[in-house]
Design a protein around this ligand. Structure first.
Ligand SMILES: Nc1ncnc2c1ncn2[C@@H]1O[C@H](COP(=O)(O)OP(=O)(O)OP(=O)(O)O)[C@@H](O)[C@H]1O
Ligand SMILES: [Mg+2]
Length: 379
């Protein structure tokens, strides 16, 4: 495979190759072991730790790629069974597209309900796939067809469904049971269910009354250790004739409790600020943090403009506290001019639901450390 080259080796938001991916060796081996032994896996962790990255990394392993067809489906934006079926079918086709196999050629033959999306360019004769959501009339029938198709695959498949907790929000009542049955009857594929809303996911998998009860091996993900991350970051600097003090890396890691997304964003900026031959010192961190926050400012303004005033006020109060305890106490309510304990409670409930805040052992905090800083200091 050709190695992609990049100017800034601190990649955020996509997977390039193992060169730009830090460690996760044990986790990758764990996934390999489960898959090779025919077990489905539930990968559960807080947001921004690296679940999606780990799945991509696993799928890029040579042995896995040789033995399996791998499919990655993100269902974050889906809100119904129809959309799920659409994402699953479309995702499988898109990922098979570069291949020329008899199995791929049979896609539209078996999944006949997707046939309307198959078009031939009148000029070049090249096939294209342009399916609309509205083209899926009977989602259950389409789902059956997709699973029939998987059953005749020329290699076993691994299907990763990211943001799996989303299916719990679909209006249709029987989706969990329906999917569970399909997955259980499927001999040709194994599944990785990844998700972030901790109790939604674990409720689905550990509650005896739920269809997915004990159906998968549960796997959590912890932050990458400071030392391992520091070795990784140092190497990426050195390879491009730049240097960084180890203390600077440790400071960044600690600022964000090792949450990969935030750490990578900061290291990306620190790398950009460091000239060739120069050494990046801890003194640079503040500047980098400001730059990163300012780069996100429009997104944050947009987000706030969509938030009801009461939630906005509570969000800012929590941001100012960093970690907020006793949020319904009269002291907290008075300090931030909030109206009442019950209104704080209902705002917090919605902020939690929308993944804007999280509840830790120490109290409530914003999920996004940068948004938290911005709300507390700039806004
Ligand atoms: N081991 C790693 N080495 C380097 N970068 C990583 C690593 N793991 C994740 N990242 C980067 O950190 C960012 C966050 O990771 P990822 O998107 O995988 O987290 P997530 O747990 O799936 O988050 P979410 O719950 O928000 O979907 C990604 O942009 C990715 O590029
Ligand atoms: Mg993810």
């Amino acid at each position: 495979m050709i190695e992609p080259t990049v100017n800034n080796p601190f990649i955020v938001g996509k997977y390039l190759s193992d060169k730009y991916f830090c460690d996760r060796r044990e986790e990758t081996d764990f996934l390999r072991k489960q898959v090779l032994n025919g077990r489905d896996i539930a990968l559960i962790s807080p947001r921004r730790i690296g679940k999606s990255g780990l799945i991509q990394h696993f799928f890029h392993q040579e042995d896995i790629n040789e033995q399996f067809h791998v499919f990655y489906i993100d269902i974050y934006a889906t809100t119904s069974l129809t959309e799920f079926v659409y994402s699953l079918g479309k995702g499988i086709y898109e990922q098979l597209k570069p291949q020329t196999t008899v199995w791929k050629e049979r896609f539209f033959q078996i999944i006949s309900s997707f046939r309307v999306g198959f078009k031939l360019d009148p000029m070049t004769g090249a096939p294209s796939f342009d399916l609309g959501l509205g083209d899926i009339q009977t989602p259950q029938a389409s789902l059956d067809e997709i699973f029939d198709y998987i059953e005749i695959a020329d290699k076993p498949c691994i299907i990763a469904i990211d943001e799996f907790q989303q299916i719990g929000e679909y209006p249709e009542k029987n989706v969990e049971a329906l999917l569970r049955t399909k997955i259980q009857q499927c001999h040709r594929a194994q599944f990785i269910f990844a998700g972030s809303k901790r109790h939604l996911m674990s409720n689905m998998l550990t509650s005896p009354s739920k269809p997915f009860y004990q159906s998968a091996i549960s796997m959590g993900l912890e932050p990458i250790s400071t030392d391992i991350y520091a070795d990784f970051a140092t190497k990426l600097f050195e390879e491009r004739d730049k240097h960084i003090e180890r203390e600077a890396i440790a400071t960044v890691w600690n600022m964000f409790n090792g949450y990969t997304w935030f750490v990578q964003m900061m290291m990306n900026e620190l790398f950009a600020l460091t000239m060739p031959h120069e050494t990046c010192m801890p003194g640079r961190i503040e500047e980098a943090r400001r730059n990163v926050i300012l780069a996100q400012e429009n997104t944050y303004k947009d987000l706030l403009s969509k938030l009801p005033p009461r939630q906005k006020t509570v969000l800012q109060a929590i941001a100012k506290e960093r970690i907020a305890q006793n949020i319904t106490s009269s002291k907290f309510i008075k300090k931030y001019n909030l109206s009442s304990a019950s209104s704080v409670q209902s705002a917090v409930k919605l902020l939690l639901k929308n993944d804007l805040i999280t509840h830790t052992d120490q109290g409530y905090r914003l999920y996004d450390f940068f948004l938290s800083d911005w709300l507390a200091t700039v806004y």
